[in-house]
Design a protein around this ligand. Sequence first.
Ligand code: PEP
Length: 247
Amino acid sequence: MARRKYVVGNWKMNGLTAALGEAQAIFDAAKAHPAVDVALCPPFTLIGPMLAAAPGAAVGGQDCHSAASGAYTGSVAAAMLADIGATLVIVGHSERREGFAESDADVKAKAEAALAAGLSVILCVGEPREVRESGGAIDYVLAQVAGSLPADFDASRLAIAYEPIWAIGTGLVPTADDVAAMHGAIRAKLGDLADSDAAGTMRLLYGGSVNAENAAELLGAGDVDGALVGGASLTAGKFVPIIVAAS
Ligand code: PEP
């Protein structure tokens, strides 16, 4: 079965309630592109209000804790996200791996907790600039995939986002050929780690400075099933053209 395109916005730590109109405009525009699955991951504080503004929309978290509950001040459990209507969560974003010292094992535990709570998961991987420059990007990312992949998973609820760290928020992007090579290597690795059905079903997203101008080329690269978008997901004016490019 063909994989549906998937375009996900990561609002990071941006957005007050005044921004909900942008989300409404994004989800309204997405209705004209039913072949594309569109989701937004705002800060935790906006998940409930965004769902109230756009009932039935795919809204998710940017992180979750691996424990179900407990003394983890400031953290949010996957079941709490599901409880307020979120349907997905991002785990392993490089800003969490780097800024909060999250290891592959941490990311794996979060992904497993999220799947157990009924959420879909976007698991992020990606190499730093020096690794790309030294020619080790594919080995580095495949090791992240092997270390972060849940022990057991339904491939229809797990997507991998390849986000080279040097491309995030910088305006730099890999060539379409480099993206295709990385995604092909990830899909082959999934075949080894899981099975060919899972490898064929799982969606692989590209993330890192995707915008209206480069979206068609990046989304057209081999084995790219969608995009994880940061800065350009904050307004309908910038995000909707990316949805259009995916359709
Ligand atoms: C991201 O942080 O996931 C991301 C892809 O950011 P940007 O699109 O701003 O590079």
